[in-house]
Structure formats: structure tokens, C-alpha cells
Design a protein around this ligand. Structure first.
Ligand code: DHB
Ligand code: FE
Length: 289
């Protein structure tokens, strides 16, 4: 059967993609951000998955305000990097895994979560920036991401957005779905977005280091308790876009300890301020067999 062997958490700041694409990664400002991912790029080579189940949010790119799925699973064979206003990022297309994605859709919907099935979409910085951070730069013409990716988009842009509790339960259903897949695939699940940031209004620029680090502590040690936190806490403490962090609870809910198994090992932890208007947080949790 397929197995989830690790979960990865990272912010997706679009300016990180721009810094990479415009050759600014070696500037001191950006070096401080990228230094937190040197370990991770090597770790990805040493623990190469067969498939990444990548939980992210679309920023009104593939889904406009005309159509807003709460949870959408990508079942396509491939996904093009989106044009977010400056042309598509010069990164390889994202290859999907339609067979596993369709199986997960079947299992999770039968497990009472209503997913939207997406057979065609472009993917924005919410998905491509985490891939760049974890996998390094790739030539868009000749390069490729290291493995297929199943994009899983969560609405955290237009209220009402799903609760942390619902996200945590969904992660548990995704774990069951992966375990029911009859091929020995090594699957990583990623939770992306966050950490504290607010992009508009009088509180624009809000960063809350203490809250972010407590979120990381609780995500590691007491995720079920963290999942009970209401939206208003995220928005008040971590800013309006800090609500992206509920997506991390999907990945965390898919780990073994939530289903009664052993606690994961913290392979890597990183926190840095600032990257553009955002605090950057990053964790790698490995399952202990
Ligand atoms: C910024 C951060 C985001 O997460 C995003 O989606 C857009 C902009 C920023 O820090 O500028
Ligand atoms: Fe965002």
C-alpha cells in the first residue's frame, strides 16, 4: 500500500519566487531566507518521494471570485504555472498523478468530505514557490520537478473559509485514502502558506513572532488542541492572511500519531522575518517507523 512518510510545512511568499527568477537569491536579504532551506533541498534528495500531495491556496488565479471551491483536488495529468500578472514563472510544468488523485477523491468523498474535482487548472505562487524552495531552481525548458504532485487547493481567500478543525479531520481522511491505495508509493504531504502576515488595511505589515513560534510548537506537539482554535484567533494574532495557516493542519492531520501511531521526528525547523511582508516558517516532520 502507499504510505505517507513525511510532512513538510512552508510559507509561500511570492517575492521569494521573484527573487529566484530574477537572480537575486544571493543578495544578503534573500540569503537569510534561503539559508533556511539548504537543509531541506538536501533532505528532498535523500528522501525523494514518489508523489507530493501539496496542500496550498490559489490567490484568485485559477478560481476567480465567480467560483470558489472550499477544497479542490487536482486530478489532471499536468498543470501549467499561472500568469499572475507578470507572465508565468519560468519553472517547469507540474506533472500530476491522476490515478492516485482520483483514488484519493473517491476515498475522501466517500469519507464524507465534499471535494471539488479539477481536471484543468493553472497553479500560482501558492504551489510553485514551495516547490522552488524545497527542490531548488529548475530549467523550465529541460528541467522537471523531482516527482508528480497532486495539487490540493483550499479556500482561505474568500470567507467563509474552512475551520482548522475541519482541515485537521480532512488530513486524517487523506491519510486513510493513501493507505487504501494498492501500490507501494512513498507520499509526502505538504501544508503551505502563512505565517503571520497582513497585506492590506491599517494593520498591513503585521508580524507576530511569538504567536508564530507557538503555532509551530503546538503543530508539532499538540495538533489536536491547535485544531480547535477559531478563525478569529488567526486573524487577530497572525493577520488577515495568517489564516493560510489552517492548511498546515491538513498535512499535520495526515501523520501517524493522530491515528494512534508514534509521534513524528522534527527533522528541520526554521523561522525568519522578513520576506516581503511576511514571516517565513518551515518545518519537516518525518514519520518514525
Ligand atoms: C505576500 C504574501 C503572500 O502570502 C501572498 O500570497 C501575497 C503577497 C507578501 O508578503 O507580499
Ligand atoms: Fe498567500
Amino acid at each position: 500500500m502507499a504510505r505517507i512518510t513525511a510532512s513538510v510545512y512552508t510559507s509561500h511568499v511570492p517575492a521569494i519566487g521573484a527573487a529566484l527568477d530574477l537572480g537575486k537569491a544571493n543578495e544578503p536579504y534573500w540569503q537569510k531566507v534561503f539559508s533556511g532551506y539548504n537543509f531541506s533541498k538536501q533532505w528532498m534528495k535523500d528522501h525523494r518521494p514518489d508523489v507530493i500531495f501539496l496542500v496550498y491556496n490559489d490567490h484568485a488565479t485559477a478560481f476567480s471570485l465567480e467560483m470558489i471551491p472550499t477544497f479542490a483536488i487536482g486530478t489532471a495529468a499536468e498543470y501549467a504555472p499561472a500568469d499572475e500578472g507578470w507572465g508565468p514563472r519560468p519553472v517547469p510544468k507540474v506533472v500530476g498523478h491522476p490515478v492516485l488523485a482520483s483514488h484519493i477523491a473517491q476515498s475522501v468523498i466517500q469519507d464524507d468530505f465534499d471535494l471539488t474535482i479539477v481536471n484543468r487548472m493553472d497553479v500560482d505562487h501558492g504551489l510553485t514557490v514551495p516547490l522552488s524552495l524545497m527542490c531548488g531552481t529548475q530549467d523550465p525548458a529541460t528541467g522537471a520537478w523531482p516527482c508528480p504532485v497532486i495539487p490540493f487547493a483550499v479556500n482561505v481567500v474568500q470567507y467563509p473559509v474552512p475551520s482548522g478543525r475541519r482541515c485537521f479531520m480532512l488530513g486524517q481522511a487523506i491519510r486513510r485514502a493513501v493507505q487504501r491505495f494498492d501500490e507501494p508509493l512513498n507520499v509526502h504531504i505538504w501544508g503551505t502558506g502563512g505565517m503571520s502576515h497582513q497585506l492590506q488595511g491599517p494593520r498591513a505589515g503585521l508580524i507576530n513572532r511569538e504567536w508564530d513560534n507557538q503555532f509551530l510548537d503546538e503543530l508539532i506537539a499538540s495538533p489536536a488542541q491547535l485544531a480547535q482554535r477559531p478563525h478569529v484567533d488567526y486573524v487577530r494574532e497572525a493577520g488577515s492572511e495568517g489564516i493560510e495557516l489552517v492548511m498546515w493542519l491538513i498535512a499535520r492531520g495526515a501523520m501517524a500519531d493522530v491515528a494512534g501511531g508514534p509521534a513524528p521526528r522534527v527533522a528541520h525547523r526554521f523561522y525568519h522575518v522578513p520576506a516581503s511582508n511576511t514571516a517565513v516558517g518551515h518545518l519537516i516532520l518525518e514519520e518514525q517507523s
